[in-house]
Design a protein around this ligand. Structure first.
Ligand code: ASP
Length: 335
C-alpha cells in the first residue's frame, strides 16, 4: 500500500527533547538541550502539511516523567479531536520505546501518534534529526497509518510501539522491530505500510496515572542468586520483573526468594535479557527454568523485553488486575 500525504493535512508536533533538539558546545563536543534547535528544525517540513508545534519539555530520555507523558496524551487526544490528522512526538532515543509502549496502552484514537528522535545532535555533521522529523510528519499525515496506534519512525523505518526496540547505542539505524519486522517504510512523503501487525490490546479510556507502582527490574546472570531480595521487605515493592537468562531462567538458589515474594502476593514477571526470541513456557523443566518459575506462580513476559514488561505490569497493577488477568495480558505478547 502506498500513499502520499494529502494536501493540507494537519499534524500537531509535541516536543519533549532528546538529542534531536540538542547541539554541541564545540565541533565534536558535548551535546545538551538547546531551545533554538527546535525552532531550526521546524524548517524540515513535508509539502502540504500544516504543522502546529507545542513544547511539552526539552529534556533527555532519562528525565522523562509520567507527568510529561500524561501531558503528551492529553494534548495529542485534544489535537486529534480538534481535527489534526496525526501527532508527532519528539523524544530522546534511550527510552523512546518505553514511552511509545506506555502511550500505546492509552492511545484510543484512529489517528497515528508517531514518536521520533535522532542519534546525532542537531549541530553534528550528518545529523539525522531533520530526516527523521520529516518522515515522522509524513507518517502522521498519511491515511495509510490510521489505525496502527502509536508508531516509532527512525531512519526511514516505521515500527509498532509494542515491537520497537533500540538495538544500538550509537548507530544511526538504532532501532528494530521484535519479533517481527518494521511495519512500514518512509522516505519523505512516500509512506508504505507493509503489514498491519498483530491486533492491539484494547486501549484504556482514562489518562496515565501520575505515578506508577514501584516495580524494580533485577537481571539474572552467572552465579547470581538474586540475594538482594533477602534485604527487601515484601511490602517494599508492588511487583518484580526479572531479566532472566536465555528463554527466561534464574539460578536454582534464586527460586526460594521468588517463591517468598509470590506467596506474599507480589507478582513476578520473568522476561529475557536477550534482545531477540522472547521467553518460553515449555522448553526446560530444571530448577530455575521457565517451567519451575511457572509452577511457582511467576508470569513469563513473552516477547516483551524487561523494560516494557515492567511498564505493562505497572499499568496492570494500577488497573487492579488479578494474577490471572496479569497472566492473560502477558500471554497476549507471547505469540
Ligand atoms: N541520550 C539521548 C536521550 O535519549 C539520546 C538520544 O536522544 O538519542 O535523550
Amino acid at each position: 500500500m502506498t500513499s502520499s500525504s494529502a494536501p493540507s493535512a494537519a499534524v500537531t508536533l509535541l516536543t519533549l527533547g532528546g538529542t534531536i533538539f540538542m547541539t554541541q558546545d564545540a565541533p565534536g563536543g558535548h551535546a545538551a538541550p538547546d531551545d533554538d534547535a527546535a525552532a531550526r528544525l521546524m524548517g524540515t517540513l513535508v509539502d502540504g502539511v500544516v504543522l502546529t508545534p507545542h513544547e511539552i519539555a526539552n529534556v533527555s530520555s532519562s528525565d522523562v516523567r509520567q507527568h510529561h507523558l500524561r501531558a503528551v496524551l492529553e494534548r495529542a487526544r485534544r489535537a486529534v479531536d480538534e481535527g489534526a490528522d496525526g501527532v508527532v512526538l519528539t523524544h530522546g532515543t534511550d527510552t523512546l520505546e518505553e514511552s511509545a509502549f506506555l502511550l500505546q496502552r492509552f492511545w484510543d484514537r484512529e489517528a497515528p501518534l508517531v514518536v521520533t528522535g535522532a542519534m546525532r545532535p542537531a549541530s553534528a555533521p550528518g545529523a539525522d534529526g531533520p530526516a527523521n522529523l520529516r518522515d515522522a510528519v509524513a507518517v502522521a499525515a498519511s491515511p495509510t497509518a490510521r489505525g496502527l496506534g502509536v508508531l516509532a519512525v527512525v531512519d526511514g523505518q516505521v515500527h509498532l510501539a509494542d515491537q520497537v526496540t533500540k538495538t544500538s547505542s550509537r548507530a544511526i539505524s538504532a532501532f528494530a522491530s521484535e519479533p517481527s519486522s518494521p511495519v512500514g517504510m518512509v522516505d519523505g512523503a512516500d509512506v508504505r505500510v507493509l503489514h498491519r501487525g498483530p491486533g492491539r490490546d484494547a486501549p484504556r479510556p482514562g489518562t496515565l496515572p501520575d505515578h506508577l507502582p514501584r516495580v524494580p527490574t533485577l537481571m539474572a546472570g552467572l552465579d547470581d542468586d538474586l540475594d538482594l531480595l533477602d534485604h527487601l521487605p515484601a511490602d517494599a515493592i508492588a511487583g518484580l520483573v526479572i531479566a532472566g537468562v536465555g528463554m527466561g531462567h534464574v539460578s536454582p538458589a534464586a527460586m526460594p526468594r521468588l517463591r517468598r515474594l509470590l506467596r506474599a502476593g507480589v507478582p513476578v514477571v520473568v522476561a529475557t535479557r536477550i534482545g531477540s526470541g522472547g521467553t518460553s513456557t515449555h522448553h526446560y523443566a530444571y530448577p530455575g527454568s521457565e517451567v519451575d518459575l511457572l509452577d511457582a506462580g511467576a508470569t513469563m513476559a513473552g516477547f516483551l523485553p524487561p523494560a516494557k514488561a515492567r511498564l505493562l505490569l505497572q499499568v496492570l497493577l494500577t488497573d487492579g488486575a488479578t494474577r490471572e488477568e496479569i497472566r492473560e495480558a502477558f500471554a497476549a505478547h507471547a505469540s
